[in-house]
Design a protein around this ligand. Structure first.
Ligand code: NAI
Length: 334
């Protein structure tokens, strides 16, 4: 039985890196069929909506999508497609595993964290107001008990299922007392159901310092939207950069998997992009679909490829392009 999966190739380097996933999936004979649908700038250029109805229909049917990066204008223009999709499909968990990879130059070789970021509330809830007369702007962070309970529960469930030992809640409750209290209370409530898992909490600024000094102290991390956005890139920096890290946006009914980096317009169309992050996102997607053998085979081949500098792309110090790197992954498949 072939499972249908929505593929949003995305903007900039999106088509190049998603092509790499398609080639690897073919080589491993993954039992899925892609339903390709555009979104973002590419969709606008084709005279369609930013988020076309065909995309919404496709995700409603398949319930699972792999998404290339989408360009968002900074400080003006349309609202982020990523944020809209997360809200539209109630993808309240943003999950980003960051682990050190042998062969990859980075400051540490012992990082193995999984960050759970609340993905629909906080400062990204869309409560933004601009008063032109007063030249004043308000962006309101909305945190709810329900939203906090479900993301903290997701982090604890993950810790339990993956045999992890500790969950760290990250907040700013010393200053943002109300939203901080709701989040910390959610932690205390959920932790009672998981006595075997240790819980602690850190204030966001201290957490940033702790992570760049002693990342090995952190296991599963759970936090609100903005702090999670920043911490997830910080964690990516600990293991070699954005080109390596996968992301999953997961709700109770739908899931969209995506690389954490953007559309890299500076190198788009040049065949230079590193497809590792989107391949790792695709591996997370295979695990979500319970295609564990396919996921393991690709994961092992990818690690083997990354361990050989000569097989890597330029951002990792190698001299291969996207295609050359993908060929190496396929050659390393067992
Ligand atoms: P970016 O991640 O696209 O690029 C930052 C730097 O990293 C650039 O020098 C780029 O060449 C390099 N880079 C990124 N991915 C790479 C890869 N796979 N291989 C090799 N080098 C890579 O971030 P930037 O420039 O801030 O954003 C560009 C656009 O992407 C913006 O419109 C932004 O809104 C959007 N964006 C979209 C995201 C998404 O769709 N999930 C996430 C982040 C940004």
């Amino acid at each position: 039985m072939q499972k249908k999966v929505t593929l949003i190739t995305g903007d900039g380097i999106g088509p190049e890196i998603t092509q790499s996933v398609k080639r690897i999936f073919e080589a491993v004979e993954v039992p899925i069929v892609w339903e390709e649908v555009n979104a973002g700038l590419t969709s606008l250029e084709h005279g369609d909506e930013l988020i076309p109805q065909s995309l919404i229909d496709s995700i409603n049917e398949t319930r699972v999508a792999l998404k290339g990066p989408i360009t968002t204008p900074v400080g003006k223009g349309f609202k982020s497609v990523n944020v809209q999709l997360r809200q539209m499909f109630d993808l309240y968990q943003n999950i980003r595993p960051c682990r050190s990879t042998p062969g990859i130059d980075s400051k540490f070789d012992n990082v193995d964290t999984v960050l759970f970021r609340e993905n629909t509330e906080g400062l990204y809830a869309g409560l933004e107001f601009y008063d032109a007369r007063l030249e004043m702007a308000d962006s309101i962070a909305r945190v709810t008990k329900k939203g906090s309970l479900r993301i903290v529960k997701a982090a604890f469930e993950y810790a339990k299922n993956q045999g992890r030992e500790k969950v760290t809640l990250v907040h700013k409750a010393n200053i943002l007392k109300n939203i901080g209290r709701i989040f910390l209370d959610a932690g205390d409530e959920v932790a009672q159901d998981y006595p075997e898992i240790e819980m602690n909490d850190r204030i966001i600024d201290n957490m940033c310092m702790q992570l760049v000094i002693r990342p090995e102290d952190y296991d599963v991390i759970v936090t609100t939207n903005l702090f999670g956005d920043i911490l997830s890139d910080l964690c990516a920096g600990l293991v070699g950069g954005l080109g390596l890290v996968a992301g999953a946006n997961v709700g109770d009914d739908f899931a969209i998997f995506e690389a954490v980096h953007g559309s890299a317009p500076d190198i788009a169309g040049q065949g230079k992009a590193n497809p590792t992050a989107i391949i790792r996102s695709a591996i997370l997607m295979l695990r979500h679909l319970n295609l564990l053998d396919h996921a393991d085979r690709i994961d092992q081949a990818l690690d083997k490829t990354l361990a050989e500098k000569s097989s890597c792309t330029a951002d990792l110090g190698g001299d291969q392009g996207t295609q050359g790197f993908t060929d190496a992954v396929i050659n390393n498949l067992k």
